[in-house]
Design a protein around this ligand. Structure first.
Ligand code: F6P
Length: 333
């Protein structure tokens, strides 16, 4: 019988618990012991783990966050940290380590894989969707939904006052969340890193669009979705630029960590559940140092290093739709 350990690391994402639940049940069926390291890799470094049994699975699928807690672990960035992690896995007689997280977590896992002979399986969990080799990551769909309904609400007040709103969404260095939140909430403009050339070029497009719309329809609301980490000096930088073009009464909204929380939507629960079950089905095989993912609705395995070496492109159809719908006449985006 195998000893499996699981941890959640980096930014938590809705659906991580659904994935833990599926893993617990699948392990129970296969007669494997499942341990949960707490607080991401910190738990592994401190040997802080708990047994995970069916008792923990009740009402778990719908819970946001992660019952194992998460962390970004500095110590694991050093060689000593990696050695210690490998040693602790050996001491705890773990056969398989499962890491639910994003690219930083996978890099750590790959390093451990150089020092430890056991099996390592990654499961993509991040609201950013910035992991290559899988169509989606656990948490992404819920985050789109949260951002979308927040933007819907902002639109009500934006319309009432015919105001311009700048809404910053998360995504780290990728525009998946921003693009899809913008598309699904019918935002007027979106700024994503994938298409950002310079603040000057971008501001020109935004101003042209706002002025064109206002010339056409009179005072109207205008919603710009801005991916985080793109605009120099963020939303205040963009507000300043707009003021230079005589556009004032602009309101900034940063959605922030709201986007990380909440009960996972069905798509995230399904992805989390199938990937958790699929990962456990690989336990004991010679498949290791991989991430399990989903491509075209089928489970796949991808070497860990490929998940961060290749840059995942935005969905072409979504890009095209946004281009058309945010009024191509005024934009060369
Ligand atoms: O990776 C998830 C994420 O929420 C990113 O979208 C964001 O850039 C980052 O984490 C925020 O990190 P923290 O919670 O450590 O502030």
């Amino acid at each position: 019988s195998k000893r499996v350990a699981i941890l959640t690391s980096g930014g938590d994402a809705p659906g991580m618990n659904a994935c833990i639940r599926a893993s617990i049940i699948a392990c129970q069926k296969a007669n494997y012991t499942l341990l949960g390291y707490k607080h991401g890799y910190n738990g592994l470094l401190q040997q802080e783990y708990i047994p995970l049994s069916l008792d923990s699975t009740h009402n778990l699928i719908q819970q946001g966050g992660t019952i194992l807690h998460s962390a970004r672990c500095k110590e694991l960035k050093s060689h000593e940290g990696i050695k210690k992690a490998a040693n602790n896995l050996m001491k705890a007689e773990i056969d398989t380590l499962i890491v639910i997280g994003g690219d930083g977590s996978f890099r750590g896992a790959a390093e451990i894989g150089k020092e430890w002979k056991g099996q390592i399986l990654g499961i993509p969990g991040t609201i950013d969707n910035d992991i290559s080799g899988t169509d989606a990551t656990i948490g992404y769909f819920t985050a789109i939904d949260t951002a979308m309904s927040s933007i819907d609400k902002v639109r009500d007040t934006a319309d009432a006052f015919e105001r311009i709103f700048l809404i910053e969404v998360m995504g780290r260095n990728a525009g998946f969340l921003a693009l899809n939140a913008a598309l699904s909430s019918a935002a007027d403009y979106v700024v994503v890193p994938e298409f950002f050339e310079s603040a000057d070029k971008e501001i020109e497009k935004i101003v042209t669009q706002i002025k064109a719309q206002r010339a056409l329809k009179g005072p109207v609301s205008f919603i710009v979705v801005v991916a985080e980490n793109v605009w120099p000096k963020g939303l205040s930088g963009l507000t300043e630029e707009l003021m230079k073009h005589d556009i004032s009464d602009v309101r900034p909204v940063t959605l922030g960590h709201v986007q990380r929380g909440g009960s996972p939507v069905a798509q995230d629960r399904l992805l989390a559940t199938t990937l958790g079950e699929f990962a456990i089905s690989l336990v004991g095989s010679d498949i290791t140092n991989i991430m399990v993912g989903e491509v075209n609705q089928r489970p796949v395995t991808v070497p860990l290093h490929k998940t961060w070496e290749n840059t995942k492109p935005l969905n072409e159809a979504h890009v095209e739709a946004m281009r058309t719908l945010m009024n191509e006449r005024y934009s060369s985006w």
